[in-house]
Design a protein around this ligand. Structure first.
Ligand code: KE4
Length: 421
């Protein structure tokens, strides 16, 4: 496969951008090789600068649930261009998007629009601390909530000990406000609440983990978090940046029937443009400036271009709920047939093929995967025109643009890999 122009662009990019990329995972360090530089996308496909084309299962890491350049989204963006790009002042369409979000996710009684998932989770944490007057947060190992300082932590030595920084640049004083627990561990959560309940501001969790690969919640796990948070006055934050409008129109909270105090959203609600949101119970959200005394702001928050793209996307999904069963069926056809020794975790249209016998229920079991075998798998598919997320610990996404032919071809190539390597 010819990737010569991409290789040249990577070298040129590295002279002016760290690693030549604007987000680390794009550098292919998890799978090796040259990351294709993309020239354009259309429907279920992307096309690189060397003329190679791929069935795209990254979809910009989740936003493109309707595929690349979906008509209504593109038209919405064009229509805004005729009136402006950004005003830094309130506009009607921001209200419309907030209303559409609240309609689909009723727990979000008030909604604040921001520009990235990181901003959404950072703001949600500050809100939870301000509302409860407490400092500590529980997160789960393997879950990622954006590059928020206090959340870039790994577990301390014991099950309920305070976290330690997992990256340079985060002071221990920040890291020690977070407890990093094993995902799906009822005992660890009970122990942490037993020791720290009175100072726990929030529990933040991906209701379906996607950032250690796809790992569903064990039956009863989300319900336990809900019950303990309610009992101890801790706020439950469901980070639905990835699962929101993805695993159901109302996200994982609709699919699993658990009502959080605060929800964070991103990806799909921006229709491929930079837009995210946080929202929740009215009495909590009213503490946000300018109504309340908890500050959060953003120059381009709610900007017309991103909001119009998001509105077109959300409204199309609402008008066509059959999309969810369609993309679930397509994801099943693409990924579910795995041989012994390989574990496929899938919720709806998000899935991961783990190279381990499994089961994969948390970070400890996920990281037992044979990442070298995943690398072979990844490149075997890439060379045959199938673009998976370039990491064992990410989720693949199927869109409404993926055809039956796309997914049956994908399944055939996967079967060929398992049969011949
Ligand atoms: P952003 O700041 O990247 O918009 O969102 C952060 C975030 C928050 N919460 C969840 C559950 C997320 O999955 C993310 C971002 N997801 C990664 C993909 N695993 C984005 C890809 C990247 O970092 O380039």
């Amino acid at each position: 496969m010819n990737l010569s122009r991409s290789a040249a662009l990577l070298e040129r990019g590295q002279a002016v951008i760290p690693g030549g990329v604007n987000s680390p995972v794009r550098a292919f360090r998890g799978v090796g090789g040259t990351p294709p530089f993309i020239a354009r996308g259309e429907g279920s496909r992307i096309y690189d600068v060397d003329g190679n084309s791929y069935i795209d299962y990254v979809g910009s890491w989740g936003p493109l649930i309707l595929g690349h350049r979906f008509g209504a989204v593109i038209e919405a963006i064009h229509s805004v261009l005729d009136v402006g790009t950004s005003f830094g002042a309130p506009t009607e369409r921001e209200i419309e998007l907030a209303e559409e979000i609240r309609g689909a996710v009723p727990s979000m009684e008030l909604v604040r629009l921001v520009n990235s998932g990181t901003e959404a989770t950072m703001s949600a944490l500050r809100l939870a601390r301000g509302f409860t007057g407490r400092d500590l947060t529980i997160k789960f190992e393997g879950c990622y909530h954006g590059h928020v300082d206090s959340l870039l932590v790994k577990a301390g030595s014991g099950m309920a000990t305070l976290g330690i920084a997992d990256t340079a640049g985060v002071p221990e004083s920040f890291a020690s406000t977070t407890l990093a627990l094993p995902f799906n561990s009822f005992d660890a959560v009970e122990a942490a609440f037993g020791k720290h309940a009175s100072n726990l501001a929030a529990v933040i969790v991906e209701p379906v983990a996607g950032n250690m690969g796809c790992v569903p919640p064990r039956p009863g796990f989300l319900e336990l978090l809900r019950e303990l948070c309610t009992r101890h006055g801790t706020l439950l934050i469901l980070d639905e940046v990835m699962t929101g409008f993805r695993v159901a129109l109302g996200g994982a909270q609709e699919r699993f029937g658990v009502r959080p105090d605060i929800t964070t959203l991103g990806k799909v609600i921006g229709g491929g443009l930079p837009l995210a949101a946080y929202g929740g119970r009215r009495e909590i959200m009213r503490r946000i400036a300018p109504e309340g005394n908890i500050y959060q702001a953003g120059t381009l928050s709610g900007n017309p271009l991103a909001v119009s793209a998001g509105l077109a996307m959300v409204r199309h999904l609402k008008r066509h709920p059959e999309i969810y069963s369609q993309i679930e069926e397509r994801a099943s056809a693409a990924f579910d047939a795995a041989p012994p020794g390989v574990t496929v975790n899938r919720i709806g249209s998000m899935a991961t093929v783990f190279f381990t016998p499994g089961p994969v229920t948390d970070w400890e079991s996920a990281k037992r995967s044979d990442t070298n075998r995943f690398k072979q798998f990844f490149h075997f598919l890439l060379e045959r025109g199938i673009y998976l997320p370039p990491s064992q610990f990410e989720a693949a996404f199927v869109s409404a643009a993926h055809s039956p032919e796309d997914v049956s071809y994908t399944a055939r190539v996967m079967a060929e890999f398992f049969a011949t390597t």
